[in-house]
Design a protein around this ligand. Structure first.
Ligand code: NAI
Length: 465
């Protein structure tokens, strides 16, 4: 088993950045270089002011402060990074295809293939290539086929090492991972490569938590893990709709079933719907793979998780319209939160985008406050949907940095992200600011119903009648 001294990671995003920072922190003898074609992103990673890092994660900037310039480097010289490294992580984005065969479902592997071709072009010595991105089953085969045809006699071992971190808790998840999964060939050289990668993680994780499998099981396990997690959210969200029609309370139901050790209590919070770059994309990918093997029932089973999630977002928006006397045209509605969850600035597939889009169709006047998301990102998210002219998006929706002042003369507030600070606001003052009746739609079950009602709010909380 070879001890690795130089690692390169292609892709300085939400996975590449935090993952490599933690490896650099825990393995001081390894030189870690994170490369990306996006020069602006690299410049942000190298910014002297650590508040300007491109990604916000609790604990990240402290680790970058400790390691950057010592054994952690960020560079846009992709070729040099590849050339120098013994082990190369591929951590580029693999979004859902927006064109051609598999459009709307399959993963777009364009970036992955570009990486493989780049590695094939540059490599002069044997290398271990690690799939860190989430990939469809059997992608390693594609990588192998490109890499084995360089004609330079260079040998590549391909490993699958999917990342299970969750945004918002990435650093803690990496430092205390439940498990690390390493898939690779069951040949002597494949085993040696797996052991080399295991050795990296053993710097801070007990060996029992590092699972080795064949490469296909590893690739598939990542998709299945995300599908199971998302399924729990959709399951409890489906029950939240039923609770609102009865006198049941979704939190009480979740607690009651969660005490059953076979079910467990985690990931049973009802909300306006899951978001993030991964759940939807990975389930669609699973659905596509099942269909491509002719497994129609399997595909339909998992597709339902996404259908339920879309329903939950739509239901939340429709409830706002119907509660506000069936029209929101010209009414000021303040959004608290835009990120897909708290403690991240990531907005990909955030429920807020879709709820806003539905309300803008009804000509609502929306004002958005999010502590970590920029105005530029919010408009980009809306424009990307293409529902209306970008000019109209800017006329109908404003972004503010003053959450309390923004509620002046508002008809309603909608809570779309569970940022802790919303709980500490002076809600009496907010109530005084608003038009009456003053409505709050709590899409994250963040606030106490009785306390809000006693201030005078008309308070709607997902999953309660
Ligand atoms: P991201 O979009 O934040 O970062 C990807 C980076 O790769 C971008 O900065 C892009 O410029 C760069 N890139 C793309 N093609 C390149 C190329 N050919 N050469 C050099 N750089 C290139 O994506 P993120 O969120 O880090 O996701 C990466 C992968 O990890 C995806 O497959 C995702 O499914 C998976 N993943 C993501 C998680 C998350 O919470 N974001 C969690 C677990 C897995």
């Amino acid at each position: 088993m070879k001890k690795i001294s130089k690692i390169c990671c292609i892709g300085a995003g939400y996975v590449g950045g935090p993952t490599m920072s933690v490896i650099a922190l825990k393995c001081p003898e390894i030189q870690v270089t994170v490369v990306d074609l996006n020069e602006k992103r690299i410049a942000q990673w190298n910014d002297d002011n650590l508040d300007n890092l491109p990604i916000y994660e609790p604990g990240l900037k402290e680790i970058v402060a400790e390691t950057r310039g010592k054994n952690l480097f960020f560079s846009s010289d992709v070729d040099k990074g590849i050339d120098e490294a013994e082990m190369i992580f591929i951590s580029v984005n693999t979004p859902t295809k927006t064109y051609g065969k598999g459009k709307g479902q399959a993963a777009d592997l364009k970036n992955i293939e570009l990486c493989a071709r780049n590695i094939a072009k540059v490599a002069k010595e044997d290398k271990i290539v690690v799939e860190k991105s989430t990939l469809p089953v059997r992608t390693a085969e594609t990588l192998k086929s490109i890499l084995d045809n360089t004609g330079k006699g260079v040998k590549f071992e391909i490993l699958s090492n999917p990342e299970f971190l969750a945004e918002g808790t990435a650093i803690d998840d990496l430092l205390n991972a439940d498990r690390v999964l390493i898939g690779g060939d069951e040949t002597p050289s494949g085993q040696a490569a797996k052991d080399s990668l295991s050795w990296v993680y053993e710097h801070w994780l007990p060996k029992e938590r590092i699972l080795q499998t064949n490469v296909w099981s590893s690739e598939l396990s990542k998709l299945v893990a995300n599908a199971f997690l998302a399924q729990r959210v959709s399951s409890i969200n489906s029950i939240s709709a039923l609770c609102e029609k009865t006198d049941a309370n979704v939190a009480e139901v979740a607690r009651a079933i969660g005490f059953d050790s076979r079910i467990g209590s985690k990931f049973l919070n009802s909300s306006v719907g899951f978001g993030g770059s991964c759940f939807q994309k990975d389930i669609l990918n699973l659905v596509y793979i099942a269909k491509s093997f002719g497994l129609q029932e399997v595909a339909e089973y998992w597709e339902q998780v996404i259908i339920m999630n879309d329903y939950q977002k739509r239901r939340f928006a429709e409830n706002i319209v119907s509660t506000l006397y069936n029209t929101v045209s010209g009414k000021k509605i303040v959004f608290y939160g835009w990120a897909f969850k708290k403690d991240t600035n990531d907005t990909r597939e955030s429920a807020a985008i879709y709820v806003a889009d539905a309300l803008l169709e009804e000509k609502a006047q929306i004002v958005v406050y999010d502590p970590k998301v920029s105005e530029e990102t919010i408009y980009a998210d809306l424009d990307y949907l293409g529902t209306r002219d970008p000019k109209e998006n800017r006329e109908l929706l404003q972004v503010t940095k003053a959450p309390i002042e923004a509620t002046k003369d508002a008809h309603a507030i909608a809570i779309l992200t569970e940022w802790d600070e919303f709980k500490t606001y002076d809600w009496k003052k907010i109530y005084a600011n608003m038009l009456k009746p003053a409505f709050v739609f709590d899409g994250r079950r963040l606030l106490d119903k009785d306390a809000m009602a006693s201030i005078g709010f008309k308070f709607y909380k997902i999953g309660e009648s």
